[in-house]
Design a protein around this ligand. Structure first.
Ligand code: NDP
Length: 456
């Protein structure tokens, strides 16, 4: 039985199964990627690599619908949101196609030792371990900068999105990338560990849970390989007493329910100033009650299923546990009866610090709501978290927004909007949300040899 299975979480129907790659196939893929690294493709002019990215962007734009349908069927994302994900992949490919040459220009350094500069070189084969929640975008965040730089990538996708993994690899090949530039592997965690240990591999990029991040980072540390980790988040959505409540509720509901709540930077902890807490909570409840659960391929559906039966089970247990420890259910709180991995949009209040939910990330449509009396209390609560990924602050006083943003211990903060992502903006966190940055000029330098050259 293969570990890689495509199952529609809206119907629990098995769509397709894929055989695992055996060790011989993994060795052949690694050898091929390593040969590519030592060839003119990786070490030579950047232009041929950028042309592939430009072509890839065109191809993706011409296939938005087909790619979106695969993702929606395989992991339950609403079709409109799947189209959005596919389009942003094209934007990332095009961004690096157009910006990488400039970003990788040598950087001069003033020094008394002589003429000095940093130049950027690829470092070798990189392993990418990626999750199912954005089954194309997560791959593109690693592929585009590394292809531009010249690092070949061996990719291990999550075992519930093999069709997306294959479709992505085919697109890269069709765009003209040589064999080895991006290789999709259906492999086990042990095979990932073996790859990281291999001398031909120079780094590993992982997006996923703390558990996966810790296991992969341990292995990378043992073999002294560079790693980047983009892990979970427990982002705050902080609404001050002078905020535009209507807009905050509108975006807050979206930020919690989009992708059925399975977003690392989703609004998970709503911190409300006491002066607006009651109307905000009432309006959020109304917004949650207004969703239409259903088939993710139906344009009228506004809440899809969770990505898998395992994710569904995990969320049910987590919510029950939060309630058992004293949380109050303002709305929802249960799985939606019937076929498929659906869960009611849920709001929990009354979560105390001794409730495990206080520190947990709910990867589903479950909002935690806290009420505070002051800015200082809001910041202290925001920072009482193991995570530090993103966050959102709502106030009409921009100076106040900047002050709050600067005090929140996360890698990203948005003022008067929900968290978002764009090719040109760095993405990543602090604390247990991981380290390193993806996208932007910072992302392309993570796996570069930033080589100093000095002429005295
Ligand atoms: P995982 O972290 O288990 O999966 C992410 C990827 O890591 C998958 O490709 C998975 O492979 C792989 N992986 C897991 N363990 C290892 C390991 N020891 N060595 C190598 N690769 C490994 O996420 P889950 O799907 O289990 O989700 C659990 C929780 O993780 C969520 O509830 C959420 O809190 C968090 N999460 C956060 C994401 C984010 O965007 N930051 C994305 C996804 C999850 P395989 O599928 O084969 O197990």
């Amino acid at each position: 039985m293969s570990g890689y299975k495509s199952v529609n979480p809206a119907t629990n129907q098995l769509l397709k199964q894929f055989p695992d790659h055996q060790d011989e196939a993994v060795e052949a893929a690694l050898a091929q990627a390593d040969r590519l690294y030592h060839s003119a493709w990786s070490k030579g002019e950047i232009q041929p690599r950028l042309q592939v990215l430009e072509k890839l962007a065109d191809l993706i734009e011409s296939r938005v619908e087909a790619l979106a349908v695969i993702a929606s069927q395989e992991m339950g994302k609403l079709i409109g949101q799947s189209r959005g994900e596919v389009k942003i992949c094209a934007q990332i490919a095009r961004y690096y196609a157009r910006q990488a040459a400039q970003q990788l220009q040598p950087q001069p350094y003033a020094s008394e030792l002589g003429d000095a500069w940093i130049e950027y070189h690829p470092i070798g084969v990189i392993v990418a371990v990626e999750p199912w929640n954005f089954p194309y975008y997560q791959l593109m965040r690693v592929l585009a900068p590394n292809l531009a730089l010249g690092n070949p990538v061996l990719a291990k996708h999550a075992n519930n999105v093999p069709q997306c993994a294959e479709a992505f690899a085919q697109l890269v090949e069709e765009a003209g990338a040589p064999a080895g530039a991006w290789t999709n592997l259906f492999i086990s965690n042990q095979q990932v560990a073996d790859l990281i240990a291999d001398d031909r591999v120079q780094g590993v990029a992982l997006t996923g849970s703390e558990r996966a991040g810790s296991a992969v980072a341990q292995q990378a540390g043992k073999y002294l390989k560079k790693s980047t980790l983009e892990l979970g988040g427990n982002d705050v959505f902080m609404v001050m007493d002078d905020a535009d409540i209507r807009e905050a509720v509108r975006q807050g509901a979206q930020a919690r329910l989009s992708n059925c709540g399975q977003v690392c930077t989703a609004a998970k902890r709503f911190i409300l100033h006491q002066d607006i807490a009651a109307p905000f909570l009432q309006q959020l409840r109304d917004a949650f009650a207004a969703v239409t659960p259903g088939d993710p391929l139906d344009e009228k559906t506004t809440l899809g299923p969770l990505s898998s039966a395992e994710a569904h089970e995990r969320l049910i247990k987590q919510v029950n546990n939060a309630i058992a420890h004293g949380a109050t259910v303002e709305c929802g709180g249960k799985a939606i009866a019937g076929v498929g991995c659906y869960f009611q949009p849920t709001i929990l209040t009354g979560i105390t610090r001794d409730n495990p939910a206080w520190f947990e990330e709910f990867f589903g449509p479950v909002a935690q709501v806290y009420v505070v009396a002051s800015e200082a209390e809001a910041v202290a609560l925001a920072n009482d978290s193991h995570y530090g990924l993103g966050g959102s602050v709502w106030t009409q006083d921009i100076a106040r927004g900047r002050r709050l943003a600067s005090q929140i211990e996360t890698g990203m903060v948005f003022i008067n909007s929900q968290s978002d992502t764009a090719a040109e903006l760095p993405f990543g966190g602090v604390k247990r949300s991981g380290y390193g940055r993806e996208l932007s000029d910072l992302g392309i330098k993570e796996f570069a040899n930033q080589k100093l050259v000095v002429i005295s």
